[in-house]
Design a protein around this ligand. Structure first.
Ligand code: TXA
Ligand code: MG
Length: 350
């Protein structure tokens, strides 16, 4: 299997059979593989492997946990992980495979890492149309979590070289889509179908009008309405991930609080723990005194801690007879930034 681009970027590989076999093996062992889709290149990881998903955030250098889109080979694979309603089924029939992402409730036995949902009860799912993405999903047999394959805050990549330039050796393998990749060149349209009225969270190639011809009227997400109002006063803005995030309704503080907070109060940077508190520990010296303790990582490994974070919070939050959750200090470096960002939101007054 040969890398392309005259080895200028040694991690770019042809997406031929040998390249696909190698990519599948890497994904199965928890590594990251960037692959072309019809929208932009995705930074893919086995969505059922929490550590692999955590390494996506690490590679992108994201200071917070945005939820991730999970890509499937076909509709039936997606249906095992999220609950489809009639409107979602209609949209999938018309627009899949293609540049449309549906946000739907996770199924009860959903095997996708909780990190992909960033603590939400929903999951964003998509069946991409590009032949290489399709082949990778089929041959690996894995659902793939994949945000755009660029460092946080940078422009989304539409060529394999863009990925190599932005992420360097943080990605083991970049499958080259050559001239066939990213015909759309813009991230997928994202629509939230978890409520009574569907909400457009991110505009894309599939338009509001096209969607409405299939399922009737939909609403614009709150932040999209805000950005529409802003556009009337400001001129052109560059299309970086940052500007995409201003369109992210999860940024709205009200939504963040109601979506992200556990029911129990959280106490951060705890140096001692009361008997009626649950303990979220980190490192090899967990505080003594709590009857209910989960350790994010005994080795003090931030990747492992990120992988365990949401599942641990959910589990501790379900304890009866506990007054709150005490959280031991987490270093504020690397993935620790995103972990602490999440914990601070969870600890904010409700
Ligand atoms: O075209 C695309 O969608 C590309 C390719 C690789 O598929 N992927 C992509 O992923 O753009 P990303 O992570 O850069 O953007 C995902 C968007 C974010 O705005 C995120 O907030 C939203 O989808 N999202 C993901 N899961 C969500 C959820 N459960 N609820 C609400 N929004 C969600
Ligand atoms: Mg992105």
């Amino acid at each position: 299997m040969e890398s392309v681009s005259e080895n200028r970027y040694p991690n770019i590989f042809n997406a031929d059979q040998a390249g696909l076999v190698n990519a599948c093996n890497l994904l199965r062992s928890g590594e990251l593989v960037a692959f072309p889709t019809e929208t932009v290149y995705g930074l893919g990881a086995d969505a059922t492997n929490p550590k692999a998903c955590a390494s996506i955030y690490e590679a992108k250098g994201r200071p917070s946990f945005n939820p991730l889109i999970v890509h499937f080979h076909d509709l039936s694979e997606a249906q095992k992980r999220v609950v489809f309603n009639t409107k979602a089924e209609k949209l999938a029939q018309v627009f899949w495979p293609g540049p449309l992402t549906l946000v739907l409730p996770r199924t009860e036995n959903c095997d996708i890492a909780e990190l992909c949902s960033a603590g939400l009860p929903s999951l964003a799912v998509r069946v991409p149309g590009h032949s290489i993405a399709h082949a990778l999903l089929k041959q690996s047999g894995l659902p793939l979590a994949a945000p755009s394959a660029n460092a946080s805050g940078k422009i989304s990549p539409t060529k394999s070289e863009h990925v190599a330039y932005s992420l360097g050796n943080k990605v083991s393998c970049i499958l080259d889509g050559k001239d066939t990749a990213c015909a759309v060149g813009l991230e997928s349209t994202v629509i939230d179908l978890t409520g009574d009225i569907p909400v457009l969270l991110r505009p894309g190639n599939i338009t509001k009008e096209e969607i409405e011809t299939v399922i009737g009227s939909i609403q614009l997400g709150k932040s999209l309405m805000e950005s529409k109002a802003e556009q009337q006063v400001s001129s052109e803005t560059p299309t970086t991930e940052d500007t995409c995030q201003t369109q992210n309704p999860l940024k709205s503080p009200g939504l963040l609080k109601s979506h992200y907070a556990p029911t129990l109060p959280l106490r951060l940077n705890a140096t001692e723990v009361a008997g009626d508190e649950a303990l979220l520990a980190f490192g090899n010296k967990p505080l003594l005194g709590s009857s209910c303790c989960l350790n994010l990582s005994e080795e003090g490994d931030l990747l492992e801690a990120a992988a365990n974070l949401f599942a641990a919070l959910h589990e501790l939050d379900q304890n009866q007879g506990i007054s709150g959750i005490a959280v031991m200090p987490i270093p504020d470096t690397g993935l620790g930034l995103a972990i602490n960002d999440r914990l601070k939101r969870a600890a904010a007054p409700k």
